[in-house]
Each structure stands twice: as structure tokens, then as C-alpha cells.
Design a protein around this ligand. Structure first.
Ligand code: C5P
Length: 221
């Protein structure tokens, strides 16, 4: 079904978590598995696109025929993403679960236990998705939104605020779906429309998403 629908297109996808170091042996992170982003990279490849996958640390095999660029922190991910976008990019999809904050200071040596409490100051990380979408000549940009309530309202607000062409919302309050799972169910929003996909495997969701994205890209061309 994907036969050639993204032929000749250049696609950049972020996936997985980021890790924000506290000291040489510790970091802040989250439970993102990277499965949705990797499935999307494979679907875009199958649709004929040239795919760069900017990936945080995950335990997934690099997909054949996809250029994987491994990163660790959100700042690394921003740098690698902007570099990939600058090489030429028609479509950018942000599936990564980027840490919103990082420790303000990275200790050069392992932090020792001494006092009963320890305070860590955090600073905001850059928003990779919003940064790409705000650039002149930005690619067709698609974001994800993991919400636990008022999914439609938060997702459509986010689409407007971050200047996105589409947003894929998953309700992460549903057990067995989404985060760290093999299955997902999403609602996709674009200006003037929406579609429900799943519950289904992340592979099947990715295939449907690529078809929908390609359709909207063609309409806006
Ligand atoms: O605002 P929120 O984090 O809920 O937005 C989620 C979307 O933004 C996802 O597509 C995620 O990949 C992207 N994002 C990003 N950089 C951040 C935070 C989120 O690219 N620092």
C-alpha cells in the first residue's frame, strides 16, 4: 500500500528517549522504547523515502536501509536533527520523548552521598520539534502528543502553538498501549480533519500514518 508514495522524499525522524547526565555515571531519562519512531522509519523507507533516524539510546536493531545517527542528550539530538534537516528534508517527524529538563550542572566526578538530602537544579531543554517547525523553509512537520486527558484539545493546541502540519495524539492513560508497548492507538489531527488509527501494532499504525502524512503532503504541495 505504501508503494513509492514517498519516493524521492527525504525524511528525518527523532526517536527514543534522551539521557541527561548528572555526573559521569548517572542520568535522568524516561521509559521511551523508540518502537514507534523505528516503525515509522521503516514504513517511510518502505514508501521509498531516504530516511535519517536521529535516535536516543534504545535497545532496538538499526533498521536496514535507514541511516541511524545515535545521540544521547537533548542538546545532541537538536544538533544532529538540525544538521540532518539542513542536508535536505521534506518531512520531519518528532517521535522522541525528549527530556524537558536537564541538570544545570554536570558534576565532573561521581556525586558522593553525604548529606540526607540532595537538591538538583534543572534547566529547560530546547524544544526540537518547535525549533525545526519555526525555521524558514521548514519541512512538513509532524509532532506527537502523549496526553492523559482532554487529548483532542491539548493536541490541537500543541499543533497550533508549535506550528505543526499534523499531530499524532496518544492517550497514555490506556493500559497496554503506547509508551514502551508493542501496540498503540492514536488520533491524528491536521487543520480541517482527523483520523482514528488502532488499537493495532506499532508497525500497522506506522503504515497508516505514512499513508496519511503523504496524502496531506500531496494536498499542501
Ligand atoms: O510539548 P510536548 O513535549 O508534549 O510535545 C511533544 C512533541 O514535541 C513530540 O513530538 C516530541 O518529540 C517533541 N519534543 C521535542 N523536543 C522537546 C520536547 C518535545 O522535539 N524538547
Amino acid at each position: 500500500a505504501l508503494e513509492g508514495i514517498l519516493r524521492g522524499r527525504r525524511v528525518v525522524i527523532t526517536a527514543g528517549p534522551t539521557r541527561e547526565p548528572l555526573d559521569p555515571v548517572r542520568y535522568l531519562s524516561n521509559h521511551s522504547s523508540g518502537k514507534m519512531g523505528y516503525a515509522l522509519a521503516e514504513a517511510a523507507r518502505d514508501a521509498g523515502a531516504r530516511v535519517v533516524l536521529v535516535s536516543g539510546p534504545v535497545s532496538l536493531a538499526p533498521p536496514a536501509g535507514v541511516e541511524v545517527r545515535p545521540v544521547v542528550t537533548a542538546e545532541d539530538m537538536l544538533g544532529a536533527t538540525l544538521a540532518a534537516v539542513d542536508e535536505g528534508c521534506d518531512l520531519f517527524v518528532a517521535t522522541a520523548a525528549v527530556a524537558d529538563y536537564r541538570p544545570q550542572n554536570r558534576a565532573g566526578d561521581k556525586i558522593k552521598k553525604s548529606s540526607e538530602t540532595l537538591t538538583v537544579s534543572l534547566v529547560r531543554n530546547p524544544d526540537i520539534l518547535a525549533t525545526v517547525a519555526a525555521r524558514p523553509g521548514a519541512p512538513f512537520t509532524v509532532g506527537f502528543a502523549a496526553e492523559t486527558r482532554d487529548v483532542a484539545r491539548y493536541a490541537t493546541d500543541k499543533m497550533a502553538r508549535k506550528n505543526l502540519r499534523m499531530i499524532v495524539a496518544n492517550d497514555v492513560s490506556v493500559p497496554g498501549l503506547g509508551f514502551n508497548s508493542d501496540r498503540n492507538a492514536v488520533t491524528v489531527f491536521w487543520p480541517g480533519g482527523q483520523a482514528q488509527i488502532g488499537p493495532d501494532s506499532k508497525q500497522a499504525i506506522a503504515t497508516r500514518l505514512v499513508a496519511l502524512i503523504s496524502e496531506q503532503m500531496d494536498k499542501s504541495a
